[in-house]
Design a binder for this molecule. Structure first.
Ligand code: SF4
Length: 345
């Protein structure tokens, strides 16, 4: 197990069978309330993560209170990161969730350093901060407090309706710092949504959360990503999605097609073979070998389809690859032509 880099060296005699040797694990927890999920509680040594120079991300600093995500989106970009813990990117990613118990305290210490330049910190870029575990551990209020108290702007991207719990806190924070809220909603067909994002709140519940955040005074952005070839890219599907996003009171939309990284592909194709075998050969053609991105021809076709729809709905909307790179206060700009909010794929 390679957990030593972020945890204290505490032996765990109560660990589950097979997990006894995790160096630094405080304890592993299962509870009937979260059947099928094991929480591995750790004491983190650091909270702020700097996005490496040269990354295509549009943000520079992140905080990830959890590793693994019970939202269990089949297409999740972050699946491969679970293999660094010697866990797999499939069922383990969905059910073995690492919880950084002390993340807010560590963050507070890091933000107090004189070298901190108060650049925006983004949450929800690797795993979802408002996944189900947050209902139990309540790490986000401490993180929001820490960022607001230090004058650090924050951005949150989530599929979690638990965001509503923290809207009053976020509204208070927004009196002192910039607060950006974004909801990821990609699938508007309930059956497909339950199949490909089995641990997430329903689309209707997420739209209601957008509405609640808008009514609380936030300009909420919706990430209509990933758009799935042959499954959600018809004119009818996209029109329905934009109609419902607009009706929910979203301020703007970012849209983009499916990406499939190497660590995700086996899990995605296993799902596709089970649920939509008729599409396997088409997807193999779109994402051959190690290809991560859909071909340029598909992206251009999708853009041509989206532009008139966006105009018809009067929405502020951009394709993900039209987003400008975020300027860095403390480092030179590097070209990042295809920004990717990590959790969306
Ligand atoms: S895409 Fe986001 S919400 Fe879905 S499993 Fe990954 S981190 Fe969680």
């Amino acid at each position: 197990m390679r957990w030593q880099g972020q945890e204290l060296g505490v032996a765990d005699e109560s660990a589950l069978p097979g997990m006894e040797q995790l160096n630094g694990l405080v304890r592993s927890v299962t509870t009937p309330e979260f059947a099928g999920i094991t929480f591995h509680e750790v004491m983190a040594r650091s909270a702020l993560n700097r996005v490496p120079l040269g990354s295509r991300m549009t943000f520079d600093w992140t905080v990830n209170p959890y590793r693994g995500c019970s939202h269990a989106c089949v297409y999740c970009f972050a699946r491969g990161t679970h293999t660094y813990l010697d866990l797999d990117g499939g069922r383990d990613f969905d059910s073995q969730v690492v919880v950084k118990l002390n993340v807010a305290d560590v963050l507070r210490r890091e933000l107090a350093k004189g070298s901190w330049q108060h650049e925006q910190v983004t949450l929800g870029t690797n795993t979802d901060p408002y996944q189900r575990a947050e209902g139990r551990y309540r790490l986000m209020p401490g993180i929001i407090d820490a960022l607001a108290a230090s004058g650090t702007p924050l951005a949150i991207l989530t599929k979690g309706t638990l965001l509503r719990r923290d809207l009053p806190l976020l509204r208070d924070a927004a009196e002192h710092i910039d607060v950006e809220l974004a909801m990821s909603i990609a699938i508007f067909d309930d059956r497909l949504q339950q199949s490909i994002e089995p641990g997430t709140p329903s689309t209707a519940a997420r739209l209601a959360t957008v509405r609640a955040a808008a009514e609380a005074g936030f300009r909420v952005r919706v990430f209509l990503m990933p758009i799935l070839p042959h499954l959600t890219d018809s004119l009818e599907s996209l029109d329905d999605a934009l109609t419902r996003i607009q009706e929910a009171g979203a301020h703007s939309v970012i849209w983009g097609p499916l990406h499939l990284r190497a660590g995700v592909k086996p899990w995605f194709f296993a799902w596709l073979e089970r649920e939509h075998p008729e599409l396997v050969s088409s997807y193999r053609g779109l994402f051959p070998g190690a290809a991560t991105y859909a071909p340029k021809a598909y992206r251009q076709w999708l853009a041509k389809r989206m532009r008139p729809l966006v105009t018809a709905h009067g929405l502020r909307a951009r394709a993900e690859d039209e987003l400008p790179p975020r300027p860095r206060a403390s480092a030179p700009l590097v070209p990042r032509p295809v920004p990717q909010p990590a959790m969306l794929f």
